[in-house]
Design a protein around this ligand. Sequence first.
Ligand code: ZN
Ligand code: ZN
Length: 503
Amino acid sequence: MNKKELTRMRFIIKDELLIPSNTAEYSLPITKIPTIPQPPLNPNFAYNPDLQQLLSGKQLLIDDIPFSIADIQTHYQHGYVTYRKGIAYNGKQPICARCGNKDPMWFATFPCARCGETCLYCRQCLMMGRISECTPLIGWNGPVPDTLSPMKPLEWRGMLSEGQRVASRHVVEAILANQEHLIWAVCGAGKTEVLFEGIEEALTAKRRICIATPRTDVVLELTPRLKAAFPNIPVASLYGGSEDRHLYAPLTIATTHQLLRFYQAFDTVILDEVDAFPYTVEKSLQHAVKQARKPTSAMIYLTATPNERWQRECRSGKRAFTTIPARFHRHPLPVPGFVWCGNWQKRLQKNKLPPNVIQWIHHRILANKQALLFFPRIPMMEKALTILRQISPDIEAVHAEDPDRKNKVQKMRAKEIPILLTTTILERGVTFPNIDVAVVGAEDTIFTESALVQIAGRAGRSKDHPEGGVTFFHYGKTDEMIKARRQIVSMNQEGIKKGMINQ
Ligand SMILES: [Zn+2]
Ligand SMILES: [Zn+2]
């Protein structure tokens, strides 16, 4: 156990200072102290630059900080460190200052060794360390660390497509003017390159910038690309268990979870895949993004599939946005075909698949064309796998908890797997150059408009194989299917109109 965990953590107010005290009779857990005084910054104090690096733009727990409480306290008394209450109260309603949780269901109490009382804590952000009524959130109030930045930090020498160029200019404008802007780029448009110019402008203006995304996979994919584009800039890559946790960097790439540790840190936040799980369902992550921004800052959203509300806001002029309606290779997006396949679940129970699905598989195997076949749920997929392995024993299946997932994706890339069955786990992020795509049971509620657009977006990605078939096998068309197809068709029309698609 960490030594600090054994330390008692109660405070008194003395001479307008918050002071740790475990002995004073009138000491209190930090939450119960009415207001926390903030001493003025003493310009003559020799602050510790390591602590400065660690705390700038952060809100950390005492256990996250490899410095003694005495050190931290001295910096506070000279105005360099801030203490905030981990749990604040609005009347009788507790609010977690880190994740924004207000739901009484997500608080619990425990006999706390640190304050010696029955202490209320937040269950919602528990995985980032416990925040309770006696937990101070520790931040920095002094000058920010100096980072040296070359005059021209961007070393990327690629070419932008016409659509990318327009979007890139709008990103630069939004960053410089501290505005919000959405980039709605079709799957395969190349949205990362669209950020480069804006990031360069921000870096040369000494603005701190963060690219955040709900998915660790995306952090791992973006990090080497950004490091290659900006080779002389420190880049911090943050996800659960990453080693850059204490690195102060002008450019940070992080999961939205990791932003829970930041506080008013960034002049620009770029949120990639704003529509992806779990960001869309977890309010705490939305809170984390908001809190990680400086009060005056720019916000860039990236997605191929904005939700319905956002699409409406775009159409009605309430949301600033730029579309990239065409792929980098200037070919149109494959439009999904709808094929009725009857009660496929009932068939599966009898260990059969609909004949048109079987035929679809046969055609791909004969033509030596790889394919992804999506299923709404794992048990159905496993059943289908047994059936399809009679056609080819090399057919495989993956899902989120599959320990062999990475390996199977690798084998698919190496063309060792002819057909890969999958749940929605592969709906985004993966690129195989020359594949067809089908969904079995496209009517299932798990296949939202955005999921279906993403799935269709897996086909025809490479310039050598820009065509790919997309088939939605269904037992009754849904609105989501129709909306997905409409979105794809309308992007293609826009791309043609703007001269971004070859005809
Ligand atoms: Zn919380
Ligand atoms: Zn406590």
